[in-house]
Design a protein around this ligand. Structure first.
Ligand code: KG4
Ligand code: ZN
Length: 338
């Protein structure tokens, strides 16, 4: 099949997203964000998330499909990891669509989607081998990517994910939800010197830990007079962001040295963070080829699911329609390195 038109569906967390994608090109896309529902609780409430996916998926899909008169060659939906209720909504809808129209179906690993996100950029020329960092609300992992369809885990966080650390820190600083963009915005207002928060496990290979950093921030917050001044909030947001970015970039460098690779991909919501993007892009000065997806394709979206599904289909063929949703799922089982 030459350049198939792929329908992608993403419902694993708090975005109901649908896209039509064809080899490096997003033909149409729509997203319904649940941020306003979950903001009140300071995090994603799974039951509310799945009900909202069930209510909106058809509306979002109609918006994408109504303007498309051409064929659809492949249907891809996130099959895991993620919140099981949302996964079931997206999978059930996608499998019914595929069955009704007799189109092949692929269940996609959400993290494979984040790895494939740079492919949706029409200027994208990247080919593995590469080292890949995925930093999101639920995961912080560094992989060796010898080829599309193959990954080898090099290391990851032992406790909190980097995005989770941003979100929890934002709550401590009363900056709201989601925390990453709020911390970035507060940090950008900081001028002058800032307290230095610890960089846990900096010298311990590619393993990471972010829960101690969160505790260090809490200790610092508790030691300051309340309510925190705007300057204090900006300084602490800056210090936290600086520590997280420093750990991620140090670990990426180490992974590059260890593998001898000269290419890097970053993905996941935290890859939308500007200081992280700047620090990773600066690796080009050391002869590393760097692939940083457009910001809107770092956070959850359906185009990346369609892109990963295309790779999956090309390498492994279609899935059966009874492939189950998986709340937990190791990416190395999906794309095993040979
Ligand atoms: O990949 P994603 O959209 O959803 C998951 O699969 O988890 O990532 C969401 C995470 C949240 O923790 C959010 O705070 C973080 O990505 N994030 C950011 C930024 N934008 C989103 N973290 C730091 N800086 C940002 N600009
Ligand atoms: Zn994600």
């Amino acid at each position: 099949m030459n350049k198939p038109v792929v329908l992608g569906i993403e419902t694993s967390c708090d975005e109901t997203a649908v896209a039509l994608y064809r080899h490096g090109e997003v033909l149409a896309e729509a997203v319904h964000s649940q941020v306003d529902i979950h903001r009140y609780y300071g995090g994603v409430v799974p039951e509310l998330a799945s009900r909202d996916h069930a209510g909106y998926l058809r509306i979002v899909a109609d918006e994408v499909l109504s303007g498309w008169e051409g064929p659809i060659d492949l249907v891809c939906a996130t099959r895991g990891p993620g919140l099981i209720g949302g996964l079931l909504v997206g999978l059930t809808w996608a499998r019914s669509f595929a069955f009704g129209r007799q189109i092949p179906f692929v269940g996609v690993h959400h993290l494979a989607g984040h790895l494939a996100a740079p492919l949706v950029d029409p200027l994208f020329k990247m080919k593995p081998p590469a080292v890949a960092l995925i930093a999101s609300g639920g995961h912080t992992l560094i992989y060796d990517l010898p080829a599309w369809g193959q990954v080898r885990l090099l290391g990851g966080t032992r406790d909190d994910a980097a995005g989770e650390c941003f979100d929890k820190a934002a709550r401590m600083l009363n900056l709201g939800y989601p925390g990453g963009p709020a911390i970035q915005s507060a940090a950008s207002k900081h001028v002058g010197p800032a307290i230095r928060l610890p960089r846990p496990m900096l010298k311990q290979g590619i393993e990471m830990s972010f829960s101690g950093l969160k505790t260090a921030l809490l200790t610092e917050v508790n030691s300051r007079s309340k309510p925190l001044s705007e300057e204090s909030v900006s300084e602490l947001a800056f210090a936290l962001q600086d520590a997280i970015v420093d750990v991620l970039v140090t670990k990426l460098r180490y992974a590059l040295q260890l593998t001898g690779r000269d290419r890097v991909i970053i993905g996941g919501g935290v890859a939308a963070n500007q200081p992280l993007r700047d620090r990773v892009e600066a690796l080009t000065r050391e002869g590393i080829e760097v692939y940083v997806p457009p910001r809107k394709y770092c956070t959850d979206n359906a185009a990346m699911i369609a892109a990963a599904g295309s790779i999956q289909f090309e390498h492994f063929g279609p899935d059966s329609l009874d492939a189950p949703a998986q709340a937990r799922w190791d990416l190395q089982q999906y794309w095993p390195a040979s």
